[in-house]
Design a protein around this ligand. Structure first.
Ligand code: AR6
Length: 174
């Protein structure tokens, strides 16, 4: 599913984010930038050890923050490590909004044309996916309506259930 937002395309895809050929893919990271399971595990396996090494040099960031490394052996040139909230820690919606926004800003700072997001925080971190879909899509649409050089933002959803939730939400968005 694709939607034009001002000069950019917002696209939903069902698949594995490590297969994406966008300039950057977003990792659902933790504040210590230790690549664990889920998306991070898949990135570490396919991208090789260089990504974790670069993360170790950066050392960490705040919840809601985002940092960038190269993509190692991935097709994507960069990985943007976005730290979403763990459900129950407080102020989760705002933190998820910031993780999304800071990833988009970082992509623009590096003059990237395309970026692919997973549904941040909705796996191991336990954030309800319907709520995440609304926050991440609202944030992205508002961002794309302002000044950006991003041509394409993809949400790469794992499995049909996740895809359908994002699709339903995007159909509601103006
Ligand atoms: N491609 C796209 N989406 C995926 C993939 C994939 N290959 N694998 C899982 N998902 P998660 P979190 C979906 O757990 O909740 C790690 O240990 C998954 O179904 O990756 O933010 C990190 O190191 C879910 O909807 O991220 C952190 O410590 C979504 O991606 C912690 O987990 C996010 O699930 C982060 O937890």
């Amino acid at each position: 599913m694709k939607k034009k937002i001002k000069n950019s395309i917002l696209e939903l895809i069902e698949g594995d984010i490590t297969d994406m050929e966008t300039d950057a893919i977003v990792n659902a990271a933790n504040a210590n930038l230790i690549l664990g399971g889920g998306v991070a595990g898949a990135i570490a396996r396919k991208g090789g050890p260089k990504i974790q090494e670069e993360c170790n040099k950066i050392g960490g960031t705040f919840v809601g923050g985002a940092v960038i490394t190269t993509g190692g052996n991935l097709k994507a040139k960069y990985v943007i490590h976005a730290v979403g909230p763990r459900m129950g820690e407080g102020n989760e919606d705002e933190k998820l909004r910031n993780a999304t926004l800071n990833s988009l800003k970082l992509a623009d700072k590096y003059n990237l044309k395309s970026i692919a997001f997973p549904a941040i925080s909705t796996g191991i971190f336990g954030f309800p996916i319907k709520r995440a879909a609304k926050i991440m899509l609202d944030t992205t649409i508002t961002y794309l309506k302002e000044k950006t050089n991003l041509e394409k933002v993809v949400f790469c959803l794992f499995g049909k259930d996740s895809f359908d939730i994002f699709k339903k939400q995007l159909e509601k968005e103006q």
